[in-house]
Write a protein that binds this ligand. Structure first.
Ligand SMILES: *Cc1c(COP(=O)(O)O)cnc(C)c1O
Length: 458
């Protein structure tokens, strides 16, 4: 399978190339040249398989000949062997036809582990085969960084630099990154917000000399491998649900549009998804875009679901490519307008397609707290604030059969949960020492050149 850039001016790559590269040389994002489509029979046949078997079945379609089957199988097995739920992404039916899909049973308690564990192993295989080392740069709104630190801490072919927005991640999130003592990992606290961190990452990739020199790779959801691995759990959710005749809707707490784009990918492959519902906090650029057809950046406002405090939803560019008739010229035009004027307008046709497939709603800080309390009192389930944003959206659609993605464990956000229910969620045993370990963190200005200099010095 070949991959092309959404902006049409980068060379085609196979999966191995895309995994190593992250962002395309023309600033675009890689997508498959054509999407593999599955028949209803093929999809239904997955029902009898385990999570790992389904993962193999789906991922193989995208990786082609990059990994021998036995290697891919082994990597998938190893990636998920330390998850604390045997089904990896269990589905909890809290009311008839209403489910929560728990994606937080990995080592750092958020859904980011599901892709990161596998990507680290895939990268290690390729780097070892080529006998080269790689520098990985990763912007985090809180959870990607922790997942990357865990996944890469014993990967000796990789040097990992994590950029986090100073003061905008929770203590537990930060400590999961800063308390891991591995020589190949540096945590940089950037004086800015997540969008600033992500812009630095894009800037580093777009400096082709620098990027070549340090052999730069990226593990943000701009890397196709993330999307590919995450689309698996949409299939496993469907395989768990017994009544296949009820069209399912997924509610996805959304920031960078990676997780929900993975749902769009599953739908494009034939999974019978009715609507993909975007749930955002007060940083509601995607909701505004669905309502008005105008994608317009405003200031990032800190909220109590910090992993979604994002205005530039990078993966939206992948959807835009499809909505605008797979025309890279139109994508380039939109992206130029976005960087020049901070906004662009979808064509009429693109906007109506968007509204047909997606829906969106937003929760503010108080509604998020109220939802955590409601779910605790009514179902005796403690959810994290990001999941609460999704759950709050489901409450606004009482008659819809839905799967709400639970993207993080509540123990990652103890203060917010306490504020909502007057009770702290317990940290799983593995993390009991988190608050007594010393931290390693470097404060850096919001300046791409300074980050480049630092990376070179290391
Ligand atoms: C990353 C993250 C999100 C947002 O996911 P995107 O793929 O960026 O849209 C939502 N919730 C949590 C807990 C996250 O860590």
């Amino acid at each position: 399978m070949n991959y092309i850039s959404t902006r049409g001016n980068a060379k085609k790559l196979n999966f191995e190339g895309v995994l190593l590269k992250g962002l395309a040389d023309d600033g675009g994002l890689y997508i498959p040249e054509s999407t593999p489509v599955m028949s209803a029979d093929e999809i239904n046949s997955l029902s009898k398989k385990t999570y790992q078997e389904i993962a193999f079945h789906i991922i193989k379609k995208f990786t082609g000949e990059t990994f021998p089957d036995s290697v891919l199988n082994e990597m998938i097995f190893e990636s998920y062997k330390n998850f604390t739920s045997k089904s990896i992404a269990p589905l909890v039916e809290y009311e008839k036809d209403k489910y929560i899909m728990e994606l937080f049973h990995g080592p750092t308690l958020a859904f980011k582990d599901i892709a990161m564990q596998l990507i680290s192993r895939m990268l290690n295989f390729i780097l070892t085969k080529r006998n080269i080392d790689s520098t990985i740069i990763c912007a985090t709104s809180g959870d990607t960084g922790g997942a990357a630190v865990d996944a890469f801490s014993s990967n000796n072919r990789v040097k990992l630099f994590v950029l986090l927005p100073d003061g905008r991640v929770s203590d537990v999130q930060r400590r999961m990154m800063t308390t891991v003592k591995s020589k190949n990992i540096k945590i940089l606290s950037i004086d800015g917000n997540f969008d600033d961190c992500q812009n630095i990452v894009k800037n580093l990739f777009n400096d082709h000399d620098f990027s070549k020199n340090v052999n730069l790779s990226g593990v943000n959801s701009i890397n196709w491998a993330r999307i590919m691995v995450q689309c698996v759990y949409y299939f496993t959710a469907f395989s768990f649900i017994e009544d296949k005749d009820i069209p399912i809707n997924f509610i996805v707490p959304t920031g960078n549009f990676g997780d929900i784009y993975a749902g769009y990918l599953a739908k494009s492959m034939g999974l019978p998804i009715s609507k993909l519902i975007i749930a955002t906090n007060i940083n509601d650029i995607l909701k505004r875009c669905i309502d008005t057809g105008i994608y317009e950046i405003s200031d990032v406002i800190p909220s109590n679901s910090p992993s979604m405090d994002i205005q530039i939803s990078s993966n939206f560019e992948r959807l835009l490519f499809d909505l605008e008739g797979k025309d890279p010229l139109k994508v380039r035009k939109c992206m130029t307008l976005l960087s020049d004027n901070g906004k662009f307008k979808l064509s009429k046709n693109a906007h109506s397609q968007l509204k047909e497939m997606f829906d969106a709603d937003a929760l503010d800080i108080a509604e998020t707290l109220k939802t955590i309390k409601h779910v605790y009192l009514k179902y005796n389930i403690i959810i994290d604030p990001h999941t609460a944003v999704g759950f709050g959206v489901s409450l606004k659609k009482p008659n819809l059969p839905v799967v709400t993605l639970s993207t993080a464990h509540p123990a990652k956000f103890p203060e917010t949960v306490f504020e909502a229910i007057g009770k702290y969620p317990a940290l799983p045993t593995k993390h009991k020492n988190l608050h007594s370990l010393s931290e390693n963190i470097q404060c850096m200005p919001n300046n791409a050149q300074k980050i480049k200099d630092y990376i070179v010095s290391q």
